[in-house]
Design a protein around this ligand. Structure first.
Ligand code: ATP
Ligand code: MG
Length: 265
């Protein structure tokens, strides 16, 4: 059985918007999964269900072999396994200093003393938030807030990291730093799930892709296969990655791997 298993999950908001419609998905440990789809297709709603902030009304959700139910103690346990970095860091940050914000979840989970110190050092190093630790979060730039939000989730040491649009509004350098964090997490064999509109990044980075539309999964598979499928891209309102567009323009019939090798020469 996979680490995360969703079977026919449907989720409706109180105003009766059906945000997720019969979602089935398996995620293995160590996977790099990207979720794409136009605005309102259900990406954030899916993440909110995966981390237990929302609970699907129908379907089964199994994490590490345990079925999740709508109970408080299950939810606290789930938070420790599946960490969610909000799309908007403003929603996530609330403490009076960066340091307090980052340590909040870890302290709540019972971490203290030397363990807490070591954990804080590690995550602040990884997210380059050391020099910000005494600052009030509301005075930070957007990119800095994003880093603090990631640090707070990492401090809880979840197995699975959900990052909802981690690159939105970031400049090039901040984006590179965030990608470096993703790479380090992958090296630690963490499972990483991101939602993004950056199709070029998805093509290079992900080993599994989920394409959503109107609360449904339109397609799932390897990005190199799905992102070549013009009918799927049209239906999902997505652009073809630049490298594939270029390859088509040059009228090369080679595989994308060959194209990458060609561009490197
Ligand atoms: N709190 C809410 N109450 C009611 N409806 C909501 C709520 N949050 C989202 N929705 C609706 O659920 C659907 C899915 O929204 P969701 O935010 O999951 O999409 P998304 O793919 O993350 O979009 P985006 O790319 O804009 O972030 C949309 O129709 C949206 O209007
Ligand atoms: Mg969203």
């Amino acid at each position: 059985m996979s680490y995360l298993e969703l079977e026919n999950i449907s989720f409706e908001y109180p105003n009766q918007t059906l945000a997720l419609n019969q979602i089935s998905l398996s995620v293995e440990k160590g996977e790099k999964l990207a979720v794409v789809g136009e605005n309102g297709s259900g990406k954030s709603s899916l993440f909110l269900c995966l981390c237990g902030i929302h609970y699907a009304q129908t379907g089964r959700y199994i994490v590490d072999g345990e079925e999740q139910r709508c109970k408080r103690k299950d939810r606290n346990k789930l938070f420790r396994k599946v960490g969610y970095v909000f799309q908007d860091p403003e929603v996530q940050l609330f403490a009076s200093t960066v340091e307090k914000d980052i340590s909040f979840g870890a302290i709540n989970a019972g971490m203290k003393g030397k363990d807490l110190e070591a954990c804080m050092d590690e995550v602040m190093e990884m997210t380059q938030t050391h020099e910000l630790k005494k600052n009030p979060p509301h005075q930070l730039s957007y990119g800095q807030k994003k880093r603090v939000a990631i640090a707070g989730v990492l401090a809880c040491k979840p197995e699975v990291l959900l990052l909802d649009e981690p690159f939105a509004w970031l400049d090039n350098q901040q984006k590179k730093n965030t990608i470096q964090i993703l790479d380090e997490l992958h090296q630690q064999n963490k499972t990483i799930i991101i939602s993004t509109h950056d199709i070029n990044f998805v093509y290079e980075w992900a080993n599994k892709l989920v394409v959503m539309k109107e609360g449904r999964i339109l397609a799932k598979g390897h990005p190199h296969e799905l992102l070549e499928d013009e009918a799927l891209l049209e239906q999902a309102g997505l652009e073809m990655p630049l490298i594939l567009q270029l390859s088509k323009k040059l009228n090369l019939e080679s595989r994308p791997e060959t194209m990458e090798a060609f561009l490197k020469d």
